[in-house]
Ligand binder design. Structure first.
Ligand code: SAH
Length: 283
């Protein structure tokens, strides 16, 4: 079997998109190469595609010319007044016998309201499939050379949204427990509220010198990464362009050794990201 035909077979073996179904598909954080084969398979068969703001045009290009493209982007992390209308649109399209693709940035079930939309579909008796995607808080950080976990530094990672349903810093979280008990924190939708979030963590006992990275437009040509300390993070946030994921914790230090995108652009990597102490332990 040639490599081309193996790729074709891989796609051919994927499920048929039946009329009247909704598929909730994750598009990944940016780079079109991070779309899954299930995602490509869905795009190729869709009649209607309801897509979000953070989805790259090159991903939509997989769709047939005849597919109806419906933009359902939201603005500024505000609680969306249109969420219900998006769900109703999905239901209406499915009832009209379309193959409906709901295309979302990252993973549909990670801070993406995919769960809410799927619940509405269940309520309406519409069959659906979920196609997971690469989430920004893992894949986006990887493009910045930051692993979400690393054996020597953290055996857990905590994902937090910086916006609650009301658009405020979530107050249903135990910030003191997170400050001392979550070695690596990855924040979504948190640029605006970063001054208050950083302060809550410091008040809760987090080291103000803890390393922080803002990764904006991760996995796109526009990616920018700013590193600072937790004490600085509140003021640094003012100059960060959303969308951004924010990593807090020792894994940020690994970036000096693992920034593979920067290396392609000429950055010299440091094999000892944790400095002299590390070398002493190793020798
Ligand atoms: N379902 C998505 C998250 C949606 S919430 C996922 O799994 O990734 C929107 C937030 O995701 C943004 O505010 C930002 O925090 C993050 N995000 C999405 N795409 C991003 C990107 N390319 N770069 C940095 N952050 C991104």
């Amino acid at each position: 079997m040639t490599r081309d035909s193996a790729t074709r077979d891989l796609l051919n073996g994927l499920p048929e998109f039946e009329p009247g179904w909704v598929w909730l598909v994750g598009a990944g954080p940016g780079d079109p190469g991070l779309l899954t084969l299930h995602g490509v398979n869905a795009l190729r068969q869709a009649d209607a595609i309801v897509y979000d703001a953070l989805v790259d045009q090159r991903i939509l290009d997989h769709a047939p010319d005849t597919a109806e493209l419906i933009y359902a982007g939201k603005r500024g992390g505000k609680p969306s007044p249109t969420q219900r209308s998006i769900s109703l649109r999905l239901i209406e399209l499915a009832r009209a016998g379309k193959r409906v693709l709901r295309l979302k940035g990252g993973d549909p079930f990670v801070f993406g309201r995919g769960g809410e939309e799927a619940l509405e579909l269940t309520g309406a008796g519409i069959p659906f499939r979920v196609v997971p995607g690469v989430t920004a808080g893992i894949g986006g950080l990887a493009y910045a050379g930051i692993p979400a976990t690393h054996r020597d530094t953290n055996s857990s990672v905590t994902f937090i949204t910086g916006h609650s349903v009301t658009g405020e810093v979530p107050d249903n979280l135990n910030w003191n427990a997170l400050a001392t008990g979550a070695p690596v924190i990855v924040l979504y939708m948190a640029v605006k509220h970063m001054p208050r979030i950083a302060q809550r963590l410091i008040d809760g006992g987090r080291d103000p010198q803890e390393a922080v990275a803002f990764v904006s437009n991760a996995a796109t040509e526009k990616m920018t990464v700013v590193e600072c300390t937790l004490a600085e993070a509140g003021s640094v946030a003012a100059s960060v362009e959303p969308p951004a994921v924010i990593a807090i914790g020792p894994v940020v230090k690994l970036r000096s050794a693992l920034d593979w995108v920067g290396r392609m652009e000429g950055r010299v990597l440091d094999p000892n990201p944790f400095g002299q102490a590390d070398r002493d332990v190793a020798s």
